[in-house]
Design a protein around this ligand. Structure first.
Ligand SMILES: [Zn+2]
Length: 394
């Protein structure tokens, strides 16, 4: 009797078990379909789940919350295959300038190589920590000013080894127009052309935008990371200001965005907003090192940045003796502070000793499926916490 009851019971549950199995199978098929057919959507769902948890975990972070976590690491950062890391490199001298390394998997993009020719060993030592095969898959040169091309053009000395001499640069993307007539710019052209002779391909940013002559508007760096060349009106129109010729790009990593506009000025930013469908961004490299003539409300109101990086020496009288124009400018800081207090800078100037030193140092911003992480080689404080900012910029 007991045996029959058990058999009967199992028979009664059979339909329920099959139903559960079918439901599980259907869910698995739907998940697999979305994963393979719409990887970005899948990533987005994952990100929203993770970011919900992350906000709870990082509200007490040094940068004041907003889902941004920060930490200090002066050594080599351990990067995962899925990470998209953007490194704003401290350039080894007292001058503002750009040199930005983007890395995902084994693909590296170098954007500019300033600030002075003597930055080369600092830059090279940094790149070597993360680029182990000696190949820079993409090199972007935004415009013809020294603080962006110094280490591409080098010096007149035959012994100087430029970025092009030190690395195999596969695809070079640079500015279509320039007013530059400097010796450095001539050396840049010679070095770039020699790299092309050696097998590199070179496109202007306008060719990229137009998808012509083999150039592409979008380069897929991995399954989730893309490099997108944006349209800048001054790729094909004259400007008296060299800065406006800057190559502008958007790096998209899953649902996260980084906007890099070189030294683009106010009028260039207006066209940038008009001519591109710009998203909100996690990270904005403040145009022209935080000049009063960039980071305008018209751009910021569209991109609503969560983190802003100044590639500058905070408080140093570099080009002007007017405190209101010193990088980062009061105008830019005021505009940016409407959107975020997460502001970082490579170095700072100490007026008491007339010397400069690391503020955040090398600033690395990593995007992956668990959110955005800021890692600084020096302290992680936002500049809004500095005495200089409180005195001159707040
Ligand atoms: Zn510059």
């Amino acid at each position: 009797m007991a045996t029959r009851r058990r058999v009967k019971k199992r028979g009664g549950n059979k339909g329920l078990i099959i139903t559960i199995l079918v439901i599980v199978l259907v869910i698995a098929l739907v998940v697999a379909f979305v994963y393979f057919k719409y990887p970005d959507t899948f990533q987005g769902i994952l990100d929203s789940v993770y970011s919900t948890n992350k906000t709870e975990n990082t509200t007490s972070s040094a940068t004041g919350g907003s889902g941004v976590s920060s930490s200090q690491n002066s050594g080599v950062i351990n990067l995962a295959e899925e990470d998209c890391s953007v490194h704003f490199i401290e350039l080894g001298n007292d001058n503002a300038g750009d040199c930005i390394l983007v890395k995902t998997g084994n693909t590296e993009v170098l954007i500019d190589a300033g600030s002075k020719s003597n930055s080369i060993d600092t830059i090279s030592a940094y790149i070597d920590k993360y680029c182990t095969d000696g190949i820079l898959e993409y090199v972007i040169v935004t415009h013809g000013h020294e603080d962006h091309i110094a280490c591409f053009g080098g010096t007149a000395s035959a012994a100087y080894r430029t970025i092009f001499d030190r690395y195999i640069c596969q695809t070079i993307i640079d500015f279509p127009l320039t007013n530059s007539t400097t010796a450095l710019y001539s050396r840049y052209l010679a070095e770039r052309n020699a790299e092309v002779e050696a097998g590199a391909v070179r496109y202007s940013a306008l060719e990229c935008w137009n998808n012509e002559n083999g150039a592409q508007r979008t380069y897929q760096l991995s399954s989730t990371v893309s490099l997108n060349i944006l349209y800048n009106y001054y790729y094909e129109h004259h400007s008296s200001d060299e800065n406006n010729y800057s190559v502008c790009c958007l790096i998209t990593a899953g649902t996260h965005n980084y906007l890099l506009t070189g030294d683009l000025e106010k009028e260039g930013e207006e066209y940038l907003v008009q001519c591109n469908d710009l998203p909100q961004v996690d990270v904005f490299k403040a145009g022209h090192h935080g000049s009063y003539s960039s980071s305008t409300e018209i751009l910021l109101s569209v991109i609503k940045p969560q983190i802003v990086v100044f590639t500058a020496v905070m408080g140093k009288y570099e080009y002007t003796t007017d405190i209101n124009n010193v990088f980062p400018s009061k105008t830019a800081c005021t505009n940016i502070s409407k959107y975020t207090n997460n502001m970082y800078v490579n170095r700072y100037y100490d007026s008491a000793t007339d010397t400069t030193d690391s503020y955040n140092g090398n600033i690395v911003i990593i995007a992956n499926s668990s959110g955005i992480n800021v890692i600084c080689s020096n302290k992680t404080d936002s500049i809004t916490e500095s005495d200089w900012y409180k005195t001159y910029r707040a």
